[in-house]
Design a protein around this ligand. Structure first.
Ligand code: 5RP
Length: 219
């Protein structure tokens, strides 16, 4: 099975967690499959809170109402992909640039179900460059701090987030203490948020695999 089929398998398996109400929906190619599956049960849900303009567009194309988080309060379920997950279900996210809104919707949700193909499961986070969303005027300042933290930041040139900010992709990190590093980077002046999701990691990880969907629960 190719990687996209494995993503599709994980997305379909996540449908079992949908019990109705308003669903938090993330961003990316795996989530795009999830949105397509969600459309098959749309009569059972009230709508979705989306983490990006791209996902909102896809949800609307399926006739799924896109709701404002401010109007709906806390959510029972958030489904999103990841660029990497370790075995404690701490994640790197933001390959698609939607990390800040993803972090907001994850924080508002009781249960975070992460869907991915099995290649995303790693022992140590950091082989995937860590996305950091920064306010434009702070780009160089934040980059210098990230170098001091041992990384090599690369400006994602030509890319602007849905919030009007920039992304630095930080290469060369071996993230052995994800919670501490998440806090440390988030505390830098000019950082909106970083793509480590450890303080609020996933509760369930569903991985598409050749043996069928594999589920990991947070310990
Ligand atoms: C977007 C994300 C995505 O969840 C992550 O990049 C995984 O994407 P894909 O499902 O396409 O592999 O964090 O900001």
């Amino acid at each position: 099975m190719d990687q996209d089929m494995l993503k599709r398998q994980a997305a379909e398996a996540a449908l079992q967690y949908v019990e109705g109400g308003v669903i938090g929906v993330g961003t990316g190619s795996t989530v795009n499959h999830f949105i397509d599956f969600l459309a098959t049960v749309k009569s059972r849900i009230e709508g979705a809170v989306s983490s990006s303009e791209a996902s909102s567009e896809r949800l609307k194309q399926h006739g799924i109402p896109v709701l404002d988080l401010n109007a709906v309060g806390d959510l029972a379920l958030y489904v999103d992909g990841a660029d990497e997950s370790n075995r404690e279900l701490s994640l790197i996210k933001g390959g698609g640039g939607a990390l800040t809104r993803e972090k907001i919707v994850a924080a508002a949700s009781e249960r975070f179900v992460c869907i991915a193909d099995e290649s995303k499961l790693v022992d140590v986070l950091g082989a995937f460059p860590l996305p950091v969303e920064v306010i434009p005027m702070a780009r160089s300042l934040v980059a210098r701090h990230l170098v001091k933290l041992g990384g090599t930041p690369v400006w994602r040139e030509g890319y602007v987030t849905d919030n009007g900010n920039l992304i630095l992709d930080v290469q060369g990190l071996q993230i052995r203490a994800p919670m501490q590093l998440e806090q440390q980077i988030n505390d830098l002046a000019g950082v909106v948020t970083c793509g480590i999701f450890a303080l609020r990691g996933a509760d369930v990880l569903v991985l598409g695999s050749e043996r069928g969907p594999l589920t990991h629960q947070k310990g």
